[in-house]
Design a protein around this ligand. Structure first.
Ligand SMILES: [Zn+2]
Length: 439
């Protein structure tokens, strides 16, 4: 049976995340288009007003902006949504580490973790995320249990969100060769599995990085690292990682997240390090909401550093820069909802990504998608998966990121609903559990 044609009429696309050679950009640098949809595919992108009049209209966009699906390349779905039962007592990084450890010990049964991971994906799905990479705490009993849980989730969600996972351990964990090999096997057995580590100035050594890079090559895995999540002014691990990738002529994909302390180096050093990062082919993920919350925090003092890495300078040097959610409603960051448009809206304010917005919309859509092996560019022949915003200008989109959003998935207009907090596992509704933790 032939699938019928539909039209998404009069929408505007951003040239940096779309391919529509038949359409000329207007004075506002937007592409006013009609999208022809057949089944789950965009068959053509035409100038607005030129779609065949007989084609049934799926959406009349009235000039609103249409975006590709988002790709959230740095998350922690196994930690999410524990804030109400185990908040961070003082809002610091150390406070977050301790709180997560307490919560993990007390509550992280497979049922609890599975339910919170599922809830996370339901939120992400409802917000238009089509690809998501999560770090998974890979320690103790949880480390053994979480990977099979993730693989089950990955298979069950495969038609909705493409999932990847990274093992999250301190770099020194790789020095235990038997444990490291077992972990690498688990990662490598997981489709798209990636080796990860937390690396800072005080645990980064050339020898440890060699062990990690050796394992990545042996098990054919890419690397996604938590790097320099601090504000120390005189040193970075990022440079050591870049030097290692260059000296080893590594062909692995290397993503470094956070890299906050790069912003605190002397200007000359910043330039040198950025050049090494570029030469090493490293991509950078900034986690602006989490960094704003944790960095430069000290009780009774007003923060003045925004916590983010040098996103403009990195991008200007040719380093791929992305933004992602990071932690959601856990002791590292008490807010968020797996809404990458909301994160981007905040990133624009935090890091001055506007005036002009330029290619920055790539940083939460097509660029992370590409690193995850996906093509989210809106184009003829591409999947009819996209996000209809509620505004005609990017200023409107960024001012009301959560308003008026519609989703088209697999060529169908859908209205996903966010899961209710009541659907979270027992014990995430506040007082009862906090009391039980204290007793
Ligand atoms: Zn993280």
């Amino acid at each position: 049976m032939t699938q019928s044609m539909h039209v998404v009429r009069d929408v505007r696309l951003l040239p940096c995340i779309s391919y529509a050679p038949a359409v000329t950009a207007g004075a506002d640098d937007m592409l006013s288009c009609d999208l022809m949809i057949r089944g789950g595919t965009i068959t053509d992108i035409l100038p607005a007003g030129t779609a065949p009049p007989a084609a049934p209209v799926m959406i009349d966009g009235k000039g609103r902006i249409l975006l590709p699906l988002f790709a959230d390349i740095h998350t922690h779905i196994d930690k999410s949504f524990i804030w109400d039962r185990t908040p961070n007592p003082d809002g610091t990084f150390a406070g977050a580490l301790g709180a997560v450890e307490r919560d993990r010990e007390a509550f992280w049964t497979p049922d609890d973790v599975q339910a919170r991971m599922e809830f996370s994906l339901q939120c992400a799905w409802a917000h238009g995320i089509g690809a998501l990479r999560t770090h998974l705490d890979t320690i103790g009993a949880h480390g053994d249990a979480v990977w099979p849980l993730f693989r089950e989730l990955q298979a069950r969600w495969s038609s909705r969100i493409a999932l990847q996972a990274v093992c999250l351990v301190m770099l020194e964990r790789y020095c235990d060769s038997a444990a490291a090999a077992a972990m690498a096997r688990t990662v490598a057995e997981t489709p798209g599995g990636i080796l990860g580590a937390v690396i800072m100035h005080d645990n980064a050594t050339s020898e440890r990085l060699d062990v990690l890079f050796d394992l990545a090559e042996q098990y054919d895995c890419d690397l996604d690292l938590h790097v320099d999540e601090n504000g120390f002014a005189d040193t970075t691990a990022l440079e050591l990682i870049a030097d290692k990738a260059i000296s080893r002529k590594s062909t692995r994909q290397i993503v470094c997240g956070h890299c906050c302390s790069l912003a605190r180096q002397a200007p000359g050093r910043q330039k040198e390090i950025i050049a090494r990062v570029r030469d090493a082919g490293i991509s950078i993920v900034s986690l602006p909401t989490c960094n704003l919350y944790l960095q430069d925090r000290s009780a009774g003092t007003t923060p003045f550093w925004r916590g983010v890495t040098l996103v403009h300078e990195l991008a200007d040097a040719g380093v791929p820069v992305m933004f992602a959610s990071d932690n959601v409603r856990d002791p590292f960051f008490p807010y968020g909802d797996y809404d990458l448009l909301d994160v981007f809206s905040r990133a624009v304010r935090i890091a001055h990504l506007d005036s002009p917005i330029g290619n920055w919309p790539q940083a939460v859509t097509t660029r992370p998608a590409q690193l995850m092996g996906r093509n989210h560019i809106l184009r003829a022949g591409g999947a009819a998966d996209f996000v209809m915003t509620g505004a005609r200008t990017m200023n409107g989109v960024l001012s009301r990121p959560s308003s008026g959003r519609q989703l088209v998935r697999d060529g169908k207009l859908i209205t996903p609903t966010l899961p209710h907090y009541d659907d979270l596992p027992i014990g995430i509704s506040g007082e009862t559990v906090r009391n039980s933790l204290q007793s």
